[in-house]
Write a protein that binds this ligand. Structure first.
Ligand code: 9MJ
Length: 743
């Protein structure tokens, strides 16, 4: 078969274009086109390659997955050994490292170091020949590793061919493959739901993913890679310093740490360590320390190695995040929505500077999977600000008489029956607001900082108020008297008055906060704010109907009408109507929410059955980003409940109000459609600034991309600021912010 010239040209163009957008997305984090457009390019390439298979090349972006499962991994000899790092655990040890370096170099002045966070993943060596990825190998013992090329090829941020043309003919790049925290959480959540084994931490998840014999599995895992070093390079070094060499990699499409910095002397190291330690939780990936490398390559060479570690580099490690302790008991807590969560009660143990006495156990399945029993010795992990987790049981220390743990069949607080969620994992108390535990949580949420912000109304106080039957719902808070408060444990007149003042102050709020404070399942701050902004008044929110939010399209209505016409009333009466209807082929989209929608729109089931397709179709009045059908149902149902309406009425009677200026109709909002990122230390609470921006219609997000409109930078702003500058995003200081708000 002859191949038309324009096909080859088109294929080459598509590959260049896809590689370029990969680079924009993964290396610069600044996509130029939406995902749908990217998918379109990829699909077109796939179709052309299917038509002309002789034009497929291994480095085509369509060829990331495709190799067959392996029997095992081949060995790879590293031509340049893969090094390990010496560790330092204190500033004192950092000082002696720096002194050793200066002594050996007979250096009078401070040494310049290249610094970056130490990723907690797997070291990998990538080998590019003539710009094409030919091999990826694990570190192994440093001299011999395993060939994991097939798996590494599936990682989207690892280029199959280098961009540009000025790369050396042979380029070995070393770096760390890791799983970002968010991807790890999502992977574990999926595993939990499917009743599969979870990973203890992102590092294990990354290692497990890379050691899959079937690359199709690896392809589904959210892996990423940062490069931080070199192996063999044809023609020698890329620059005179380590940092400049590393920075050259980005032009070829390889990712490096966005935190890479060049610093001076041991004081620079100490400052850098402190800054990164402080920002550790906010980073999107796990790190276990920071790495310092003498920046000048000639000095590195002069320093040389001791066994397998270079004398020119050191890792300053954070304190360990895992410790062993004993599981004393398992408490079952009842949350705001009634979910029963088992919580491990632990013998107190210090993990990275914090005393841990509790750890979440997630649910019964998780306990079963990890076979956790009261009396066991367990490994506890505390990572950042997340709740401590039980990683695993130390089985050989298990006492003889342990038993499997069973979740209660009745709510431990109110005794109501427990019910299993449709997802079959979560267990809930069926008591609703009859259950004091749910009531307490609902009131705590109502009073919390991001909701009504009632200062001083802490958990202990709410517990007392509910236990003593003084407060039944959030609205009761506003009729508290000083006498009632003073009668409580450890409550002086002064603090009682402070609470009354705080209650009074909280009455002046925003509609968004008020909606959030109601604790509607699925309505977080963002959705609450969106509801407030798109509807403007509480009345409009409360009178939302499903038909305002949920759609039946013309094409769907046609199919639905045919099904309904063939369905007899009797059939519907005997079974749940939604099940009868959704059992029909072609109505996969039809959910219980759509059935509720029909019930809302038609006076009787008879009328639904006899409706024409034009009648069945509807176009919702509102389309709100982030509100899908299920959430729409939850919101509408919430406001239909008489007891919820009663609580809202009591709250409004208590004079809860919001300023008219905060109520904006769409189109009237000066910052509608603008995305803002806050970074650095600001002179006012972030939440306050966020509220103001949101009230004007802005979206406040956590990460900077090409789509960000403004970055508000306080003092000590770090990588977000540099990224904004790199992308040309408008950066404002606080004065600029005030101006923006005033305008
Ligand atoms: C990590 N894990 O982030 C090195 N590393 O350099 C960085 N590891 C390393 N550098 C030489 N940033 C050997 C290991």
């Amino acid at each position: 078969m002859t191949i038309p010239g324009e096909v080859s040209t088109r294929i080459a163009w598509l590959r260049d274009e896809i590689d370029r957008h990969n680079y924009q997305y993964y290396v610069l984090d600044a996509p130029l086109i939406p995902d749908s457009e990217y998918d379109r390019l990829l699909r077109e390439l796939q179709q052309l390659e299917q038509q002309y298979p002789q034009l497929i090349t291994p480095e085509s972006p369509t060829q990331r997955v495709g190799a067959k499962p392996l029997q095992g991994f081949a060995e790879v000899d590293h031509k340049v050994p893969m090094l390990s790092l010496e560790n330092a655990f204190s500033e004192k040890e950092m000082n002696s490292f720096d002194r050793r370096v200066r002594d050996r170099l007979k250096s009078a002045g401070p040494i310049r170091y290249s610094a970056e966070p130490k990723l907690d993943g797997l070291a990998i060596s990538l080998r590019y020949e003539k710009g094409l990825l030919v091999q990826a190998a694990t570190r192994g013992d440093g001299a011999t590793g395993e060939d994991v090329t097939q798996n590494v090829r599936t990682i989207a941020s690892v280029p199959l061919r280098l961009l540009g043309t000025d790369w050396p003919a042979v380029l070995e790049v070393r770096g760390e493959i890791f799983m970002p925290k968010a991807g790890f959480e999502a992977l574990n959540e999926r595993a939990r739901k499917a009743g599969e084994k979870t990973f203890a931490n992102p590092r294990n998840a990354a290692a497990g993913s890379l050691r899959q014999l079937d690359p199709k599995i690896t392809a589904k895992r959210p892996l990423a890679m940062f490069c931080y070093g070199f192996g063999e390079i044809a023609g020698g070094a890329l620059a005179e310093t380590h940092s400049d060499s590393i920075k050259r990699l980005t032009a070829w499409g390889l990712r490096i740490s966005p935190e890479l910095q060049v610093i001076d002397g041991v004081q620079g190291c100490i400052d850098y360590y402190r800054t990164i330690a402080q920002r550790r939780d906010a980073l999107e990936y796990d790190i276990d320390g920071v790495v310092f490398k003498v920046d000048r390559l000639d000095l590195q060479q002069a320093l040389g190695f001791v066994s397998r570690a270079p004398r020119w580099a050191i890792a300053q490690k954070f304190p360990a995040q895992e410790e062993m302790t004993r599981l004393l008991g398992i408490d079952v807590q009842v949350g705001r929505t009634g979910a029963l969560t088992p919580v491990a009660r632990l013998e107190p143990v210090n993990v990275a500077g914090v005393t841990v006495t509790n750890a979440t156990l997630h649910n019964e399945d998780e306990i079963r999977r990890k076979d956790i029993r009261i009396g066991d010795t367990v490994i506890i992990r505390r990572a950042g600000d997340v709740i401590p987790q039980v990683v695993q049981v130390v089985l050989d220390q298990r006492p003889d008489d342990t038993q499997q743990f069973l979740m209660p069949t009745h709510c431990p607080v109110c005794g109501s029956d427990v019910i299993r969620d449709p997802d079959q994992v979560a267990i809930r108390c069926s008591g609703g607001l009859f259950c004091p535990a749910q009531r307490k949580e609902a009131i705590k949420h109502f009073a919390s900082r991001r909701a009504m912000d009632i200062e001083g109304l802490g958990d202990k106080l709410v517990d007392q108020l509910v236990d003593k039957d003084i407060v039944h719902d959030p609205a009761d808070l506003y009729s508290l008297t000083i006498d009632q408060l003073v009668a409580l444990d450890r409550m002086a007149e002064k603090s009682a008055q402070n609470i009354l003042d705080a209650l009074n102050k909280s009455k002046n709020t925003t509609l968004g906060r008020f909606l959030f404070s109601l604790g509607i399942v699925g309505v977080g701050e963002t959705i609450a704010e969106t509801l407030a902004n798109s509807l403007g008044t509480l009345d409009d929110v409360m009178s939302l109907r499903l038909q305002d939010l949920v759609e039946i399209k013309d094409s769907q209505a046609d199919n639905l009408q045919k099904t309904l016409a063939g369905t007899r009333q009797k059939q519907l009466e005997q079974n749940h109507p939604f099940e009868v209807i959704s059992a029909h082929r072609g109505l996969k989209w039809f959910t219980e929410v759509h059935w509720h929608l029909l019930l809302e729109r038609f006076p009787s089931i008879d009328r639904i059955l006899s409706a024409g397709d034009a009648e069945l179709a509807n176009t919702p009045k509102l389309r709100i980003d982030g509100i899908g059908n299920i959430l729409a149902d939850q919101i509408v149902t919430f406001f239909k409940q008489p007891h919820n309406r009663e609580v809202i009425r009591k709250l409004i009677d208590a004079h809860i109000h919001w300023s008219e200026s905060a109520i904006k109709q769409p189109g009237e909002q000066p910052l509608a459609g603008k995305t803002v990122v806050l970074t650095g230390t600001l002179s006012r609470p972030r939440q306050e600034i966020k509220d103001q921006l949101q009230a004007l219609g802005a979206k406040v997000t956590g990460s900077v991309s090409a789509k960000t409109d403004f970055v508000i930078a306080g003092t000590d702003a770090g990588s977000k600021l540099s990224k904004a500058q790199q992308l040309g995003v408008t950066v404002l200081d606080e004065e600029g912010l005030d101006q923006l708000l005033a305008e």
